[in-house]
Design a protein around this ligand. Structure first.
Ligand SMILES: NC(=O)c1ccc[n+]([C@@H]2O[C@H](COP(=O)([O-])OP(=O)(O)OC[C@H]3O[C@@H](n4cnc5c(N)ncnc54)[C@H](OP(=O)(O)O)[C@@H]3O)[C@@H](O)[C@H]2O)c1
Length: 254
């Protein structure tokens, strides 16, 4: 892997495998966060597809998955939309030896909590994601969520967090609820409909976007969905890494 941006004396184009420690240093969250910091990690094809045949895996690569794992290794919680959980078969996050020391020093548990965002609570609460996580899985929903499903979720061991007055979740309120629980280094893995709401409500601080060197054609979703913004929001690139034609970009909201 090579660093293309920022250009420094070290970014001389040397192409070598980076250790997980180097990746973790490169992707560190800002120090001393008072509120939540929300970073998204998404992959897109050259023509803007966020999935192929319903999955993001065909657009990904081994290095993309190492960065995906590193971003999880740095996060307090992974916030993810229910459809991605259903389609991608989400499992609990693992404790990884490579990040153990760093997590302990940062006062973090052994693995990030997974926080599933759902209005319907139409989720299979018998899955390991809910019954066998290292740290309890959170379910973020609205006050009008079906109460029998809330009870099912709680019975599985999940913690249900109400972060909206109607059936759905209000994104800024969800982030405040997580921050109140000490979960401030947040990572969202989408999907597009959830990420669109985070972006539209102005709470997305950073986007880690993998540009996959592939064309898919077709009518796949983009990395964000939902109603467009009145004015496009501007982000600034902070880093670009490259490996085997994949670009690992990182942008911050200005
Ligand atoms: N390219 C990438 O990096 C990437 C990343 C992730 C996913 N994907 C792909 O994206 C697809 C799935 O994404 P998606 O956009 O269809 O779905 P999604 O954003 O993962 O999930 C949508 C669901 O999340 C819940 N939700 C969203 N906003 C909510 C709110 N404000 N309050 C309460 N619940 C809310 C709802 O769940 P309920 O229906 O349960 O109410 C909604 O149906 C898959 O094909 C996946 O492979 C790609």
């Amino acid at each position: 892997m090579r660093r293309l941006l920022p250009v420094t004396d070290q970014s001389s184009g040397e192409d070598r495998e980076w250790s997980l420690d180097e990746l973790a240093d490169a992707y560190a969250y800002p120090d001393a966060l008072e509120g939540a910091w929300l970073r998204a990690n998404m992959v897109s094809s050259l023509d803007g597809a966020a999935q192929h045949d319903g999955r993001s895996q065909p657009l990904s690569s081994d290095t993309d998955m190492r960065i995906f794992g590193t971003l999880r290794g740095l996060a307090d919680a992974v916030v993810v939309g229910a459809e991605t959980v259903r389609l991608e078969g989400y499992r609990p996050a693992r404790a990884r030896e490579a990040f153990a020391e760093r997590r302990a020093a940062a006062g973090q548990g052994p693995a990030p909590a997974i926080a599933v965002v759902s209005a319907s609570l139409n989720l299979d609460f018998s899955l390991p994601l809910f019954t066998e996580p290292l740290v309890p899985t959170l379910v973020l929903t609205g006050a009008a969520a079906p109460q029998d499903r809330v009870r099912e979720a709680e019975k599985s061991g999940a913690e249900v967090v109400v972060a909206g007055d109607g059936p759905g979740v209000d994104p800024p309120r969800a982030l405040r609820a997580l921050a109140e629980r000490g979960l401030r280094r947040l990572l969202t893995e989408g999907g597009p409909r959830l990420l669109g709401q985070f972006a539209a409500s102005g709470v997305l601080d950073e986007l880690c976007l993998t540009v996959s060197p592939m064309l898919t054609v077709g009518d796949a979703q983009r990395i964000t969905g939902g109603p467009g913004l009145a004015v496009p929001e501007r982000f600034a690139p902070t880093s670009v890494l490259e490996e085997a034609g994949f670009l690992f970009t990182r942008y911050r909201r200005i």
